[in-house]
Write a protein that binds this ligand. Structure first.
Ligand code: F1P
Length: 362
């Protein structure tokens, strides 16, 4: 049986946005032991490269931050196409590299090809996705299929946050970091209390015609999340949006700010004073600011959505996404679009790739 179809535009997407904390709980309970996956990291890599395409690439960015901080590994995120065509940049020779290939479908051509190229260069390849029988699974030393996280909707919502939490748990396990594992374990409960907390505000913002373009600002572990929010706004509502590291925004792009700009700050706990100063500068130029984070009311933004203040800042990033996904959904409806049927979007991108060059290069 296929998914049940609710005729209301975006009903599927909205449901999947809302059910994320419950999915986090279900998946965490169904995965009592990630040790076999962690074992695939033996011998311990000197470096980890995370890859994917689209949302899965932004997920790679977010997860890389946790691997770097928690597991103390050099960790980077690289789009799968860059690994195919420029493997010498992403996969340095003479280093023990583990590649983590991320793909909800496990069928995206570039991600599959990147896994092949990395394996040919001697990297240990691990995969994560939502489909047990995916092509990617057959190319990996270990593969983690999170079928409960599979979105029925085209737009990736709960698959993103759930795969992120699973990767963060793996990082915590690798490092034996009980503190981060405990914080990650609290996320389903914390998230359940927050989801829809400001649905009214997000609906109003979605319907507000005074802003036309969005600037997403996120630093460190929140930068990949900022890009994921960009792609949600873009693919669901066809809104022009872009992400910056907060202080990078001062180096030129600040010129974009005017009365038609909505800046969305994913506020962290580090560099908070500088982020507050940036909020003031954006507002002084007529821009409107929505801040999300712990105690965001202190930042002087026009609107604020308070997230949890007690979790480690590397455990918290998934919490920022449900409200931002909801903003994309609301904006889509306001634009007369159906978030369940995004324009030109397929579940995954299948390309006819010739990777013989990259593989033969070995
Ligand atoms: C990757 C992806 C999605 C995007 C769209 C096209 O898919 O780029 O992020 O939303 O559906 O494919 P996957 O490799 O994670 O299945």
């Amino acid at each position: 049986m296929g998914p049940t179809h609710d005729p209301a535009p975006g009903a599927l997407t909205r449901r999947e946005i809302a059910e994320q904390p419950e999915t986090w709980r279900v998946v965490a309970e169904a995965l009592p032991d990630l040790a076999p996956v962690a074992a695939a990291f033996e011998p311990f890599p000197e470096e980890i490269v995370l890859t994917g395409c689209g949302s899965s690439y932004y997920l790679a960015q977010a997860a890389a931050a946790t691997f770097a901080r928690v597991a103390g590994l050099r960790a980077s995120a690289v789009p799968a196409s860059e690994i195919i065509y420029f493997p010498e940049i992403a996969l340095p020779r003479g280093r023990r590299v583990a590649l983590v290939a991320i793909s909800r479908s496990g069928e995206t051509s570039e991600t599959i090809a990147a896994a092949r190229v990395a394996a040919a260069r001697g990297a240990a390849v691990l995969g994560i996705g939502c489909e047990a029988g995916a092509t990617l699974a057959g190319l990996c030393r270990a593969y983690l299929p999170l079928s409960a996280a599979r979105d029925e909707s085209m737009v990736m919502t709960k698959a993103f946050t759930t795969m992120l939490l699973a990767l963060q748990r793996i990082a915590g396990l690798l490092a034996g970091d009980v503190a981060i594992l405990a914080d990650l374990g609290r996320l389903p409960q914390v998230g359940a209390n927050l989801t829809y907390a400001r649905a009214d505000l997000l609906a109003a913002l979605g319907n507000d015609r005074t802003w036309e373009r969005a600037i997403l600002l996120g630093a460190g572990p929140l930068h990949g999340i900022a890009w994921e929010a960009v792609i949600k706004l873009t693919e669901m509502s066809l809104t022009m949006a872009v992400a910056y590291h907060p202080l990078e925004f001062r180096h030129g792009p600040l010129a974009l700010v005017d009365g038609r700009t909505l800046a969305i700050l994913l506020a962290g706990t580090t560099a908070r004073d500088q982020e507050a100063a940036l909020v003031r500068e954006i507002r002084a130029r007529g821009g409107r600011v929505l801040a999300l984070g712990s105690a965001p009311g202190d930042l002087g933004a026009d609107e604020a959505i308070a997230l949890d203040a007690t979790l480690d800042e590397y455990a918290r990033p998934a919490l920022y996404l449900p409200p931002l996904q909801l903003l994309g959904y609301e904006r889509a409806l306001a634009n007369g679009l159906d978030p369940d049927q995004p324009r030109y979007l397929n579940r995954y991108v299948a390309l006819d790739l010739d990777t013989a060059h990259a593989e033969a290069h070995e």
